[in-house]
Every structure is written in structure tokens, then in C-alpha cells.
Design a protein. Structure first.
Lengths: 213, 213
DNA sequence: TTAACATTGTGAAATAAATCACAACTAATT
DNA sequence: AATTAGTTGTGATTTATTTCACAATGTTAA
């Protein structure tokens, strides 16, 4: 069966962000090659990606910014929005809190958790911090489906299991370990060490060994 | 010509990290299926990846931990090590500084830059902060090839161009924009917004739509 | 009207990556 | 020695993703 490529999902989110910027600049239409340039890809790939959501452009004016944004929202968002929890209020956790705070209307961090009593009950970047013990009840009670893990490597696996047990269905994992969870939980790893080593590898090789992306 | 898949590079770095942990636990040998479990993959993929660096195991004992770590180092590292610069000392920049500080011997942040005079000349997480004006001279002078960008979206493109002009060959980009640089510069995007939206998308769908990774 | 133009949508081809599947191998056991 | 058990290395295959290439289309201008 023809399902949507995983990579397309990420790019659709990127397209929407770019389009929102263009809309703010009062742009009403654009062509696949313009979006491709902004997103760092090819026009053909943009068209393929947009095929996935069934939004049709027009050979004369390309795509309508407003309509495409709406279609993307229809495809990517759930009608009721998705609250998110974050676990681990260290340096990275706080930076991520500040990064996401107030930015996305349909995807916002509603609670943060940490096992350190010293961090609990404070409000950081507009987000209330709770002790780990309250995680299951909060997640289950609010029907939260998305979690962000920013705890040290050694604590990530048990934290992930707690999130999964409480009903979370997708995890953004910043801890530098691979999580072992049931296959119906989606995990996206943000492994900064791995990313930096990859960059270092290609930075040190000849230009012809640098993949184009 | 059969060059090494890009994804393999990242995984080799992951394997090394896992192996270092195993070595610390005095494990001397392991099989592909063990490494696969730890890394979250299949044994066949592990073997394929290790083919790339030409390290041979043995059907009876699998791979020798010590020797494999050495081979990976030989493949991934440059003999002289690679100093790294970071640009943008906001919340995220500081978190990344603390994350990488002291961790990697051959890949360490030697200088941080920011355009805000208030942040300059301080030492944060053991790393000295300099004004942006000194970036070209420092990067060129020390022969730095790797940069990390943690500036706000609007400043990322000019910062990337400055890094490239100063001789940087690979960039780890945390700013939520796509950089436009000559093709011989390797860019790895760590787009947290995109990643979170992807997680949210799959968290909201049926289990059978969740890709296995 | 009609012709020219640049773009869309998409089948087909190409490329990249993962997986299958099995001969060859090593050590342990008989 | 010969047999067994379990793993490696890899050619072949499959799956995923990207790119090619072109008929169909909407608009502009003659």
C-alpha cells in the first residue's frame, strides 16, 4: 500500500513554517521551485510531498499560500491540539522549554518533571515543574500523547517506560541512548553527540565525499 | 563507486559510544546481534556498517571490543583532533556548551561567540566567550573546521556565511532555518520544531502507521 | 482564437538503504 | 577426526526515497 514517506512528514512541517513566514510578508502564491529553495530541496520533491496531502496547485500561479497552510494544518494537526510534557529540567531541558514556550499554539509544553526536589514547584519559562511521582497521573489525566526526554543517559530508559506506561505515544529523546519500547511508540532521537561526530567526519574529508542532502 | 552510506557514519559513532560503555564494564567480545539490540537496529545492518570500516569479526566470538573501538577511532577521527566553535550563547547555546564540555577528547568546543557585548569575555562551562568580530581570526588562526550554530533564526544565515568564509567545513545547525551554503560545506540540521511536530504526528496516528525505524 | 510559455502532477527510472539468506568459518564436543 | 551449533561476511533482493521527464494545464499575449 502507498503510505506517506516518513521523511515527507518532517518536510511538511518545515514547509508550513516557511509558508507562515511568507504569509506574514503578504505573499499569496508561490511555485514549487521557490519552496524548494527555501526548504533546501528540489522542486520535484516539493511537488511529491504536496501530493501526499492532496493539495493541488495550478500551473499558472503555483500554490496558494493561504490554502496550502490550511491543508498542511489539516494534515499535520489534530483538531484538539496536542499538549506535551518534558522530563528533565537540566540545562538542556530549560533551554528546550524556553525554545518551545509560546511558539506553537497546537503543540505546547504543559508540564515539566524532574526527580530533583530542588527543581520542583518552580515555574520555568512559563512552565510549572512537578515531581516525577506526579507524572503518571498528569499524563493520563490530561490525555497527553507526546513527551520530551532531557534526562541524563542513565535515567532515560526508565523515564521512557514511565511515559509509555502513562499513555504517551511519541517521544522526542535528547538523551544519548537508544530507547527500548513497544513498537507502537514512535521515538525520534536527537542525538547531539552523534550529529556532531557526523559533521566532524564530513568536515574532515574531501569535498567529493560530502553528500548533498 | 561504492562509497559509505551517510547514515552508516552516524551509526558508527553510536557504536563506538556503546562499545566504550561495554569496555568500561570489562566486556571483551560481542556479537552483531548484541550491538544491534543496544543500538536499536538489526544484526545485518550492524555487520554491513562494520564492513564499511573493514573490521573483521570472528564467527565464534563475534567482535573484539577493544579492537573494534580502535578501528572505529581510526575511521572516524582525524589524528590531530578537531576543535569546534559555537556561535550564539543563548539558553540553547549554553546548554550545548555544558553538554559537550569535557566529554569528547578529540572533539571539543574551544571558543564561543556572540554579538551581545554583555556575554563576551565571560567563561561559560569552561569555555571562553568572544565577540563576533573575532570569529574569522580565531577560526582561521586555529584551523577550525567545525561550527555549531545556536543563534536565532534570523541571524543563522549570515553567521553560517561567516563560518564558511573563515574556513569551517561542517556545521551543526540548531537554528530553525535551512542554510544556503556552497555544496562543499556539510550541514546537519537539528531542527527541534520539525522533530517535535513529526513525533506529534505519529503520536496521533494509529499504531500501524508508526514506522519501525 | 490561437500560439507560446512556464509550471503542475505523476508514471517510470534511478539511487540509497535495509534486509534476506546462505556458504564459509571457528570453537566446542563427541 | 568428525560433528554440531551459532555466527560472520556478503551477493542478491527488497523496500524506501529521490529524481527524471513529459503530457496536461492555466495564463498571457498576439
Amino acid at each position: 500500500m502507498n503510505s506517506i514517506p516518513e521523511k515527507t512528514i518532517g518536510r511538511l512541517s518545515l514547509y508550513r513554517r516557511l509558508l507562515n513566514r511568507l504569509r506574514a510578508e503578504d505573499k499569496t502564491h508561490l511555485y514549487s521551485y521557490e519552496l524548494a529553495t527555501l526548504a533546501g530541496g528540489t522542486p520535484a520533491r516539493v511537488r511529491r510531498d504536496l501530493m501526499a496531502i492532496g493539495y493541488n496547485g495550478n500551473p499558472a500561479h503555483g500554490y496558494e499560500v493561504e490554502g496550502l497552510i490550511e491543508s498542511l494544518g489539516h494534515f499535520l494537526d489534530t483538531p484538539q491540539g496536542q499538549p506535551v510534557v518534558l522530563v528533565g529540567i537540566g540545562n538542556l531541558g530549560r533551554a528546550i522549554l524556553s525554545f518551545f514556550t509560546g511558539r506553537r499554539p497546537r503543540l505546547y509544553i504543559v508540564a515539566a518533571f524532574d526527580s530533583d526536589p530542588a527543581k520542583v514547584n518552580r515555574v520555568i519559562h512559563g512552565c510549572r515543574c512537578y515531581p516525577m511521582q506526579e507524572l503518571p497521573e498528569t499524563v493520563r489525566g490530561k490525555g497527553i500523547t507526546v513527551g520530551i526526554i532531557c534526562v541524563p543517559a542513565g535515567e532515560a530508559q526508565p523515564v521512557a517506560e514511565q511515559l509509555a506506561a502513562a499513555g504517551v505515544r511519541g517521544i522526542l529523546n535528547f538523551a544519548p541512548v537508544r530507547l527500548h519500547l513497544p513498537g507502537n511508540i514512535y521515538v525520534e532521537d536527537m542525538d547531539m553527540t552523534m550529529a556532531l561526530e557526523k559533521v566532524a567526519y564530513f568536515a574532515a574529508r574531501k569535498p567529493n565525499n560530502v553528500p548533498g542532502k
